[in-house]
Design a protein around this ligand. Structure first.
Ligand SMILES: C[S@@+](CC[C@H](N)C(=O)[O-])C[C@H]1O[C@@H](n2cnc3c(N)ncnc32)[C@H](O)[C@@H]1O
Length: 254
């Protein structure tokens, strides 16, 4: 376990290891992930001890009860949201991708299915230690930073720097942090940090459950427009309860 500022970086494989692709694909294809390798520093788990989606949902629900505003949802994100939020942002050709507010990883599965594992560096950020622990049990091969997405640039630099010296611009950021529940100042600080962490032309894709015509939803789109050049909304995701709305934003390519 390495230290990034206050954050802990879990790296279960040496950067650039040839087996990265196979392991990531295996993780992406697991509906009920098997623990093939143990997280560094943790006791080895037999596959029968791997957390199921039900146990992950229970951990998630408990963490919601402990801090409802930060966790922002009663249950993990649905597969329908996972599919929609990872669409149309060029993940297939991306070289550097981050997921912020990864929770127990239901969106991560879709990212891992979409990225090209030979060319893309991917890492996830989760602020809640219990959820981060759950995530690591489910995805032992994914880089997970237990830290604050408000420090995204320095986290990205740290992750990327280990593999490709210097360059830390992200092609895409997938965000499930409950941005519409954040105070305006915190939400704006997050958008500013994400905008600065992206390459020109890179996309932020986020989920909100605010119905589009409500004042809160309008305010959210206004805040996005203040930090990005282009903001669009995908068709509603009806396959989720409640229905979700995906907002995508980017600064123009230069
Ligand atoms: C609505 S939940 C969704 C999580 C994940 N998609 C899932 O379904 O398990 C939002 C997540 O964002 C995390 N979060 C909130 N603020 C954060 C921050 N500043 N940095 C990183 N993660 C944060 C919460 O702890 C929570 O796990």
């Amino acid at each position: 376990m390495a230290q990034v500022g206050n954050a802990k970086v879990s790296r279960t494989a040496p950067p650039g290891a040839k087996s990265d692709r196979a392991r990531h694909e295996r993780a992406a294809n697991q509906t009920e992930p098997k623990i093939a390798t143990k997280p560094r520093g943790a006791a080895a788990k037999r596959p029968s001890e791997a957390p199921s989606r039900v146990t992950s949902a229970i951990v998630f629900f408990r963490e919601f009860l402990r801090s409802p505003a930060a966790v922002g949802a009663l249950f993990p994100t649905s597969a329908a949201i996972g599919k929609a939020i990872t669409s149309r942002i060029g993940l297939e050709s991306a070289e550097f991708v981050a997921e912020i507010g990864a929770g127990t990883g239901p969106i991560t599965k879709h990212i891992l299915r979409t990225i090209n594992h030979q060319r893309c560096t991917f890492f996830a950020v989760e602020i809640n230690e219990k959820l981060a622990h759950e995530f690591r049990s489910r995805f032992p091969d994914v880089h997970l930073v237990c830290g604050d997405a408000l420090k995204l640039r320095s986290l990205a630099q740290q992750v990327r720097g280990a593999k490709h010296r210097g360059h830390a611009g992200l092609d895409a950021v997938v965000c499930a942090i409950p941005v519409s529940l954040l105070p305006a100042a915190a939400r704006n600080a997050l958008f500013e940090e994400v905008a600065k962490s992206l390459k020109p032309g890179g996309w932020l894709s986020l989920i909100t459950y605010q119905v589009p015509m409500t004042p809160k939803a309008r305010e959210l789109r206004r805040a996005l427009r203040a930090h990005f050049d282009e903001v669009r909304m995908l068709p509603p995701v009806w396959g989720s309860v409640p229905p979700g709305f995906i907002l995508q934003a980017r600064c123009r390519p230069k």
